[in-house]
Design a protein around this ligand. Structure first.
Ligand code: BES
Ligand code: ZN
Ligand code: ZN
Length: 501
């Protein structure tokens, strides 16, 4: 998609569709919406009076030009009540408008944004949110249908932005960041939407290498022989029953060679989770192709970091395997010695994510990470606690989790922190090993966090449980059904902050 700045007066612009913004309540039409209303002999006011245009959040009303302006159509986009408007709501409303326009066959779309709206935020952030809204809202997953009527034919080609009082540098910066953040999110969506017969641990490693090559990042793929030499036994135990070999994927970006500080990003890369010998219920198991969404988020973020090149160092570690079932698989009651040296009693073969992350986190520390974030579709319990709206946050360091939460807020991703009281540790106490990998149903999400905490020692660490947010339940704003790319924008924003931007 091409992004361009429109310079001519709005009402003289020849475009397939002109979007004007309308808020609910208060004075009726403002800024560009009022300009359009006047050019159209108050026909929009009339629609307002008739209750067809209300300004309700995410309302998108498409009207004609009545032969009055060069723009072929007009789309009145509702932003809801002005006092409730946030960049997050704006981003979602823009996504709805973009989809509506594309559905109507629009190829060139123009946004008219008046100063009274963009003045509320930093101009570059405003432009970024707009670009993200369009690029995320128009995402389509290309599957394998022989004929796909809905795609291809209708494609938005160019978006023009007509922004009052936005400087060129702010516009350029906003468009660049918006495009990079959205493309990285869409990369993660593509990966997480892929079925497990196509996206295996080794093909995930290939995709990671391609991203690294494209973005000028270092890459190292550890294959099974090397994993055995290094005693990555937790990862290997989970992978044991699969015909697909495990991989440890390492990508690194060196943007501050003079600094010892390294941001470590660790992503759960279970390409399919059957549950192992404690097999999952059969209904819904197909969703477990998305159990590598944490890995996808980390890879998406690395793609963005490679493009934006912040002043910091980042190391990404992705343990990748399949949790399957055969005669060699690990069993409940088994005891394994993880890469860190700590021993683990297996109490549930379906609590596999934390096992592979134990080796991933310990390895990231070995590679020099000084601040850690892991991202994982770790527990069904986080869906019970926070639904599909917010990602669960757990941490061993409140300053570091505050940084991560601030990055999430800025990026427009919803997160909520859960406590890590020492009392929760008793659930994972084992009589025969240093710990067990789960201890029944209470505080299921926190148990996952408490387990991971054992492998980061004193390093500041934050855990993001995206089991509820990685999968879209319905089309809503920037989110569509299927993989959402949850975590990508937070991690990218975090890297920018880490680099002092
Ligand atoms: N991959 C699942 C978690 C999950 C559930 C992700 C639903 C996405 C949607 C994870 O490996 C798992 O199976 N967790 C178990 C842990 C339990 C055995 C302690 C769970 O949540 O039931
Ligand atoms: Zn599982
Ligand atoms: Zn899993």
């Amino acid at each position: 998609m091409e992004w361009k700045m429109a310079r001519e007066p709005l009402m003289t612009l020849a475009t397939d569709c002109l979007v004007v913004l309308h808020t609910q309540g208060g004075e009726s039409l403002k800024g560009c919406a009022r300009e359009a209303d006047e050019a159209l002999d108050h026909r929009i006011s009339q629609l307002v009076t008739e209750g067809e245009v209300t300004g309700r959040y995410k309302e998108a009303v498409l009207v004609h030009n009545w032969g009055k302006i060069p723009a072929k159509r007009l789309l009145v986009l509702g932003l809801g009540k002005e006092e409730k408007l946030t960049l997050d709501r704006f981003r979602n409303a823009v996504a709805v408008a973009a989809r509506k326009a594309r559905g109507a066959g629009v190829k060139q779309l123009t946004f008219g944004c008046a100063k009274h709206l963009n003045r509320r935020w930093n101009a570059a952030d405003f432009v970024q949110a707009l670009v993200e809204g369009v690029e995320l809202g128009l995402y389509r997953y290309r599957g394998w249908k022989s004929q796909d009527e809905t795609t291809d034919a209708k494609t938005l080609e160019t978006v023009w932005l007509s922004l009052e009082e936005v400087s060129n540098p702010a516009y350029e910066a906003g468009v660049e960041r918006g495009r990079v953040f959205a493309a990285a999110t869409n990369t993660a969506r593509d990966l997480a939407n892929k079925p497990a017969n196509i996206l295996t641990p080794s093909t995930l490693a290939e995709r990671a290498s391609e991203i690294a090559d494209r973005q000028g990042l270092n890459v190292e793929i550890l294959e099974e022989e090397r994993l055995k030499e290094l005693n990555m036994s937790a990862l290997l135990a989970v992978s044991e029953a699969s015909a697909e070999p495990a991989r440890m994927i390492v990508l690194s970006y060196e943007g501050a060679p003079e600094s010892q500080e390294v941001l470590g990003l660790v992503g759960k890369g279970v390409t399919f989770d059957s549950g192992g010998i404690q097999v999952k219920p059969s209904r819904g198991m197909e969703q477990m192709k998305g159990d590598m969404a944490g890995a996808a988020a980390v890879l998406g973020a690395m793609e963005a970091i490679g493009s934006l090149r912040p002043h910091c160092n980042v190391t990404a570690v992705i343990p990748a395997c399949e949790n399957m079932i055969n005669g060699n698989g690990f069993r409940p009651g088994d005891v394994i010695r993880s890469f860190s040296g700590k021993t683990i009693e297996i109490h549930h073969t379906d609590a596999e994510g934390r096992l592979i992350l134990a080796d991933g986190l310990a390895y990231a520390r070995r590679l020099g990470a000084t601040s850690l974030v892991d991202v994982a579709t770790l527990t069904g319990a986080v869906i019970v606690a926070l639904g599909h709206t917010a990602t669960g946050v757990m941490a061993n360091d409140s300053e570091w989790s505050a940084e991560v939460k601030e990055a999430a807020r800025h990026a427009g991703e919803k997160v909520w922190e859960l406590p890590m009281y020492e009392e929760y540790e008793e659930y994972i106490r084992s009589e025969v090993a240093d710990m067990k990998n789960e201890g029944g149903s209470p505080a299921g999400t926190i148990q996952g966090g408490m387990f991971l905490k054992q492998f980061v020692e004193e390093t500041p660490w934050t855990h993001l449980d995206i089991a509820g947010t990685a999968d879209g339940q319905k089309e809503d704003g920037i989110h569509l059904r299927g993989a959402t790319g949850a975590g990508v924008r937070t991690l990218t924003q975090l890297a920018l902050r880490f680099g002092g931007k």
